[in-house]
Ligand binder design. Structure first.
Ligand SMILES: Cc1cc2nc3c(=O)[nH]c(=O)nc-3n(C[C@H](O)[C@H](O)[C@H](O)COP(=O)(O)OP(=O)(O)OC[C@H]3O[C@@H](n4cnc5c(N)ncnc54)[C@H](O)[C@@H]3O)c2cc1C
Length: 372
C-alpha cells in the first residue's frame, strides 16, 4: 500500500533521460537529500541535473512520519555518551539550523506543506530512559532550548519542534529547484558513477561534480557504510477529537505517533520488537509490526479505522550520523540519515552545495564520509 502522503498528492511525472548530456553537477537520487542539494546549488548559480530511478519523493522521503525534530533520534544524554558533549551540541545546533532553513524556505517559496510548530514529546519507555530524558532537558535548557517536563507521562516537551507533509514539501522544493535552473529526470536509474560521469541504463551525464544522494541504496553505487533498514507506518481515517496533542517519539525513538490537523492518526516504528526482520530493501509491510501499530492506536482511539499501511527503507550509518562530503575517490555523497533525514537533509543539502563549491564550512568534520 502507498503512504498517506503519496496517496493524497497527484503523481509527479517528469520525463526520463534518453540522451547524453553535460551538467555542472550531476545528482543521483531525488529524495529530500538530492532535491535539497539541487535547490541550494541552483540558487547559488549552478545548473544541476538530478537523476531519479522512481519519481521525486517516492522512496523514504514520501513514506516517513514528517517529524522535524532537533537532535538525533536518541535523547541528548545518550547522544553525549556516544559523540561527546561538544559534538552532541554541534549536532543539535545543526538540526536546529535545519528547522530554521525549512521555515525560511517554506516562507520564501510559498510552499503549502502543512508546516506546524506544535513541539514534540520525547517519552521514556522505562526508568533508565526517564532519568536520561530529564537530564537531557536540564542540560539543553542551559542552551536556551525551550523544553518542559511532564513527569506523569515521563515526557519532555520540546516546544520548538515541527511537523509537515513530507511529499508536499519535497515536491514543492523540487519545483523551486527547477525554477532556479535545475533539471530533474524521473525513471532514470544510475548504474555507475565516477567523479565526472553518471551512467544510466540509456544515457551518460558528464559533469564537473557527481553527488550521490541515494541513501539506503548507496551500496549499489559507492563504497559507503550504509545499511538498508525498514520502517513501517499506518494512518487512520480522520478522528473528530484530539487524541494526540503533538508528535511523540518514545522508547529511544523506536516508536512514534502524531495526529494531523485533519484528525487522522499516524503511528510508526516498533522496529525494536522485530529488529532482525526489519532490514533490507524490501518495501513491504508485515502483520507483526502492523498489528502492534494498530493495537497501540486502538487502545487510545477504539473508534478509529485504518486507511493506509506502508513501509519505507531508511539508510543507517555506522554511527547514526549522515555522510556528507567527498569520498577519497572524488565522488561526493549526502546520505546515511539513519531514520532522521527530515531533521537533517535540508541543511546537509546546503552543506554539500557549499563543499562542492569549495566553500569552507565548520561542520565538515562532523559528517566526513570516511570518518572513523
Ligand atoms: C517509516 C519511516 C518514518 C520516518 N520518519 C521520519 C521522521 O518523522 N522524521 C525524519 O527526520 N525522518 C524520518 N524518516 C527518515 C527519512 O524518511 C529519511 O531519512 C529521508 O527520507 C532520507 O532521504 P533521502 O533523500 O536520503 O533518501 P530517499 O528518500 O530514500 O531518496 C533516495 C532516492 O534515490 C533514488 N535512487 C536509489 N538508487 C538510485 C539509482 N541507482 N539511480 C537513481 N536514483 C536512485 C530512490 O528511488 C530514492 O528516490 C522516516 C523513515 C521511514 C521509512
Amino acid at each position: 500500500m502507498t503512504s498517506i502522503w503519496l496517496d493524497e498528492v497527484a503523481p509527479d511525472n517528469r520525463r526520463a533521460l534518453e540522451e547524453n548530456m553535460t551538467a555542472d553537477v550531476a545528482i543521483v537520487g531525488a529524495g529530500i537529500a538530492g532535491i535539497a542539494t539541487a535547490y541550494h546549488l541552483a540558487r547559488a548559480g549552478a545548473k544541476p541535473v538530478v537523476l531519479e530511478a522512481r519519481t521525486v519523493a517516492d522512496a523514504a522521503s514520501g513514506r516517513n512520519a514528517g517529524f522535524l525534530l532537533a537532535g538525533v533520534a536518541e535523547n541528548f544524554v545518550a547522544a553525549t555518551r556516544r559523540y561527546g558533549e561538544a559534538r552532541a551540541l554541534r549536532i543539535w545546533r545543526f538540526t536546529r539550523h535545519n528547522q530554521d532553513l525549512v521555515r525560511e524556505i517554506v516562507a520564501r517559496e510559498g510552499i503549502a506543506c502543512d508546516l506546524a510548530w506544535n513541539g514534540s514529546a520525547q517519552i521514556a519507555g522505562d526508568d533508565e530512559e526517564w532519568t536520561e530524558v530529564r537530564e537531557s532537558a536540564d542540560r539543553l535548557r542551559k542552551e536556551s532550548v525551550r523544553v518542559l517536563l511532564v513527569p506523569e507521562e515521563r515526557a519532555a516537551i520540546y516546544e520548538d519542534d515541527g511537523e509537515f507533509h513530507p511529499v508536499r514539501y519535497v515536491r514543492a522544493l523540487a519545483g523551486a529547484a527547477v525554477a532556479a535552473g535545475a533539471r530533474i529526470y524521473d525513471r532514470t536509474r544510475a548504474i555507475a558513477v565516477t567523479t565526472s560521469e553518471v551512467r544510466t541504463e540509456r544515457a551518460r551525464v558528464r559533469a564537473s561534480v557527481v553527488v550521490v544522494c541515494v541513501n539506503a541504496y548507496s551500496q549499489h553505487l559507492v563504497p559507503l557504510r550504509v545499511r538498508p533498514v525498514r520502517g513501517q507506518m499506518l494512518a487512520t481515517a480522520p478522528v473528530g477529537r484530539r487524541v494526540f496533542e503533538r508528535p511523540a517519539y518514545a522508547n529511544r525513538g523506536y516508536r512514534y505517533w502524531r495526529q494531523r490537523a485533519d484528525g487522522r492518526l499516524l503511528a510508526g516504528g516498533w522496529r525494536d520488537t522485530a529488529a532482525d526482520e526489519e532490514v533490507g530493501e524490501e518495501e513491504r509491510t508485515t502483520p507483526r509490526i502492523q498489528d502492534q501499530l494498530e493495537r497501540f492506536l486502538r487502545e487510545r482511539c477504539p473508534e478509529t479505522n485504518v486507511t493506509h499501511r506502508w513501509a519505507g527503507i531508511m539508510g543507517f550509518s555506522h554511527d547514526a550520523l549522515p555522510y556528507v562530503g567527498r569520498l577519497d575517490s572524488g565522488v561526493f555523497v549526502n546520505a546515511g540519515f539513519t531514520g532522521h533525514g527530515m531533521a537533517f537533509a535540508t541543511a546537509t543539502g546546503e552543506l554539500i552545495a557549499d563543499l562542492v563549491r569549495d566553500k569552507k564550512r565548520s561542520e565538515t568534520d562532523l559528517f566526513a564520509p570516511e570518518r572513523a
